[in-house]
Design a protein around this ligand. Sequence first.
Ligand code: AMP
Ligand code: MG
Length: 590
Amino acid sequence: MISVEEALDKVLHYIKVLEPERKPILDCLGQVLAEDIHSTIDIPPLDNSAMDGYALRAEDTRGASESSPRYLVVIGEIAAGSMPTKEVRPGTAIRIMTGAPLPEGADAVVRFEDTDEVSHKSSKKDLSHIGILCGAKKGLNVRCRGEDIARGNLVLRRGQVLRPQEIGVLASLGHSTALVIRRPIVAILATGNELIGVDQPLAPGKIHDSNTYTIAAEVSRYGGIPKILGIGRDSVESLNEKIVEGLDADMLITSGGVSKGDYDMVKDVLAEHGEIGFWTVCMKPGKPIAFGIMKKEEGGKKKKVPHLGLPGNPVSSMITFEQFARPAILKMMGKATLAKPTIRAIIEDDVANNDGRRLFARVKVTKLGGQYHASLTGRQGSGVFTSIAKANGLAIIPESSKGVKAGEVVDVQMLDWGEEQGEEKKLPIVSIAGKSQSGKTMLMEQLIAEFKKRGYKVAALKHSHGGIEIDHPGKDSWKFTQAGSDAVCISSPVKLAFVKNLDHELNIGEIMPIIGLEFDLVLAEGFSKSKIPKIEVHRKELGDDLLCSPGELSAIVTDAPLATDVAQFPWGDTVAVADFIEKKFLRTVS
Ligand code: AMP
Ligand code: MG
């Protein structure tokens, strides 16, 4: 058995960076630039205005203020795209738009807001004069020629991956095409007598070929061009026929037929076409992998096409693709970073690793309070496709480890990284605030019951001024507290309680990660000083005033209507309050 790293090294050893091609810049997104780009122009090409305003001489505005404007004669106007025809002489100004070239003589632009133009216009006075209401320094609101890019500058280097912003830079320099490393064409072949196409009805003993589609989508995702060869049967003739079609490509990926079964003949067929390595990689899932080099004559030249034979199991094939095919595709494209982004996360489940291989466990990663948490996505069998469909990462349990316990920190290779990740998951929290005796607890009870009835998982958070006991005097845990333990945790099959001594009270941000992500809503009683959404319970007999300032309140529940803009609900209409909370905090926009 070889390690994942050894297997990857062997694969990458045979992979070459492809040759460059010139294409329209819009087709280059995500590709690696194969030329240095020097600018032949200045950007901006001329000194120009950064604001809509008046181009003038800074010294003419000296001492100007709202109470004592400096009046200048307006001698013209320049829009973006046209050239100035007049010079700004002492005592004059030219009305100028953003991006328009600065006229001769001017050294600053004062924006409209700092002139009396608005009052002028409303009083329909003519615009032959303008009052400047502030003093301007030389260069104010002026963008200088070449300030962004000067002629001759090295603007983009070869090796750089072109993102939308680099494509924009190329456009601003007047390049309609760029020289980039070409995308690899990756031929994809599924193998197995049991497979039928997605468009065929299922027959007894048959399954739809899904690997072709997963692999093709992965190839596209990482920048390659998939070439689908279809389904090869478990016979030497069928595989031979298909594989020949794949020899035009830059790489061939097959799935299935690499195990030790009677019909696993991919390796035999490939051996006929070139060299084949057949490895057992120390990983789970995905142990058997074939890698070889197929040789082909092309125009008298010998061409070598790398072949990666992935296992047939959909999960294994995707995970081995990520470990070996993805870096190969990226290398062919000239990319420097081949590793998948990896984060450290707290694992939420126990994960055993019994057979001394590197385990890639399918997990869903969420972020809470700045910390990543990873939970298993269900059964981990390599045939369980849904477990990888629900996952956004692979937790890595090293071959040297017998497993991890919930709460330990693990490395997680992120399958999705970027926008798909979305925002940090936020657990909705609403506090029920109010003066003492206002009825907060009763409203809490009613709301908890109402939300439970609606099928939500609710956590209640209570603020207490004194200490907290979780067990009655005489019980063991109480004795531990008495003996001075810093924390007491009581765990049973149906409940968990944890009380920890603190030297200062935790804030809500620190408490939320402890509550965890499994709830739909946290209802807090009190916490009137915390910056969280609040509903105040008000009772007339305790006074007309509120405990919280109305600006902080999402709603008020009261026995006597108050003169305020804040939403109000009468005491007792818990359903309406719950509707309000549900609509405002629990329904995410879809
Ligand atoms: P093999 O590696 O050929 O022994 O296949 C292992 C398992 O993966 C078997 O259960 C196959 O039916 C399944 N399998 C192989 N190829 C595919 C495919 N293209 N799509 C879906 N399942 C497949
Ligand atoms: Mg098979």
